[in-house]
Write a protein of this length. Structure first.
Length: 277
């Protein structure tokens, strides 16, 4: 087979690691599980530093993780309803792929808010520590996307473009037809890691004085990242006036979170008797 490429990084790994009975273990699944494990441990460590009950964190995880999977699949189905409306049984075939990160994150936030209200937990503190764990976990999960060839992107002749040569890779046909393409999920991973390693020390040193601000920076940073990276991704149908669903969601998140963050800062300063001169 001839690939249309001059420059690029060849990825020849089989996306499937091993099949045990009817269970297929893929690189995507492995790194997703690793991301959940590491992210949860970050949340637990930060919870200890903030003197929060760890049992409540475990309880939240038991609810939020499966809810996030349902939300991730649900938003993907909505985005691609033109297909699923004609094949409704495919909605439950999650093992064949098709999830939306925004669906998982939004569902996770909703579950966290409800949990905090139910257990009388400090919501904004909980959002801060969960936000930090989430971006690190998501970054680790994106490694599996890179290996498997998930989420197709526009072709490029840049030297770090990726080319998938294993026939089982979701990106194999795309690579065969167009050559190397942008490693969009790797760009996202680098953005997430940058946010984590900048925000974590800031949170530990002084951002924790304003509960909810760290979460706000996480939400805004990820929304900006997804808005611009979606320009080079090819896996979301257009929804409105040239924009795709992840871009619209990103815009709405920014519009909501920016004033909310300012309100939280003002509320915290007011409660401490700090006034603006």
């Amino acid at each position: 087979m001839m690939f249309n490429t001059v420059l690029g990084i060849e990825i020849a790994l089989d996306p499937n690691i091993v099949k045990i009975g009817d269970v297929l273990i893929t690189w995507h699944g492995l790194f997703t599980a690793m991301g959940i494990f590491v992210g949860l441990n970050v949340i637990l460590r930060l919870a200890r530093l903030r003197s929060l009950d760890e049992d409540n964190i475990y309880t939240l995880a038991l609810v939020a993780i499966p809810s996030g999977i349902v939300g991730a699949r649900g938003l993907f189905v909505i985005e691609h309803w033109s297909y699923f409306s004609g094949s409704p049984l495919d909605i439950i075939r999650v093992n064949e792929g098709g999830i939306s990160v925004w669906g998982a994150l939004l569902t996770g936030v909703i579950v966290t808010v409800c949990f905090a209200k139910w257990r009388n937990y400090p919501l904004r503190v909980l959002l801060d520590i969960c936000g930090l764990g989430m971006i690190l976990g998501l970054a680790i999960g994106r490694v599996g996307d890179l290996i498997n060839g998930e989420h197709l992107a526009k072709a490029t002749d840049l030297p770090w473009g990726v080319l998938y040569t294993d026939p089982d890779s979701p990106a194999f046909a795309h690579s065969l037809a167009f050559g190397s393409h942008h490693p969009a999920t790797t760009y996202e991973m680098l953005s997430l890691l940058s946010m984590f390693f900048v925000l974590l020390p800031l949170f530990l040193r002084f951002l924790n004085r304003w509960s909810g601000v760290t979460f706000s920076f996480v939400a805004i940073g990820y929304a900006v990242t997804r808005f611009f990276l979606t320009e080079i991704r090819l896996d979301s149908p257009e929804v409105f006036n040239g924009f795709v669903a992840p871009q619209i969601i990103s815009g709405v998140i920014i519009i909501i979170v920016v004033p909310l963050m300012l309100l939280w800062v003002k509320d915290t300063d007011s409660s401490r008797g700090i006034t603006q001169s």
